[in-house]
Ligand binder design. Structure first.
Ligand SMILES: [Zn+2]
Length: 222
């Protein structure tokens, strides 16, 4: 045992880092005191440390990439499982990270998708078909989004995820419908939650692109 000169506690020798110049071969402060001092220094001058971190990170880039590649090769499936776990633990965060990654280099991801499709189109189509069969609500949400985008009817504040949920929750025998049609005769509605309702297929067809302001005010209770 040895007393730490910082916190004063008696601690086992393993709790001290080595110092070959010291008489007992150990640092005079314990590991946890040294670590908290480093944290304090870092907090006191984050800019300086960020620059140093960045430099260290850049210098080790190749080495790190090689280590990563090797790990992925040695642990097939593990990376995917870890990603799935991260996603399940915090889907919102995972989605945001994926969006950021894509936004930083959209051309790269588009090209990768194109290459993957070109290498095995049947496989991709089969995967997509399987996903679509298992996610009818998401498919409807995607189609509605694409249609609205084509018509420039999606305002920037449109609630993408709430709208997706609206289509997922669509009761059997009903369709998602824009109360005020996206391409109306009198007025065009927006692709926003407020403008969505569930209609049965036949109701939706008979409604077409007609919008009756009186009906709408009645529905809204105005
Ligand atoms: Zn200590």
């Amino acid at each position: 045992m040895k007393a730490c000169n910082k916190c004063g506690e008696m601690k086992p020798f393993e709790e001290f880092y080595k110092a070959s110049a010291a008489r007992d071969g150990l640092q005079s402060s314990c590991k946890s005191c040294i670590k908290s001092a480093a944290r304090e220094r870092h907090a006191a001058n984050p800019e300086k440390n960020r620059a140093a971190d960045k430099k260290r990170y850049a210098a080790n880039r190749e080495k790190r990439l090689a280590t990563n590649r090797k790990w992925h090769k040695d642990n097939p499936g593990k990376a995917r499982a870890a990603a799935r776990e991260r996603h399940a633990a915090n889907p919102e965060k995972a989605r945001a990270a994926a969006r950021d990654k894509y936004a930083a280099n959209p051309e790269k991801y588009r090209k990768a998708a194109r290459d993957k499709y070109a290498a095995n189109p049947e496989k991709i189509l089969a995967t997509n078909k399987k996903w679509a069969a298992g996610n009818p609500g998401k498919v409807r949400a995607k189609n509605a989004k694409r249609r609205a985008a084509k018509l420039f009817r999606t305002p920037s504040w449109s609630e993408t995820e709430a709208i997706e949920q609206f289509y997922i929750d669509c009761p059997k025998g009903y369709q998602g419908d824009h109360e005020i049609p996206l391409q109306g005769e009198l007025v065009s509605g927006l692709h926003v939650l407020e403008n969505l309702q569930y209609l049965t297929g036949p109701e939706n067809i008979s409604k077409g692109n007609k919008f009756n302001p009186d009906d709408w005010y009645w529905v809204k209770g105005n």
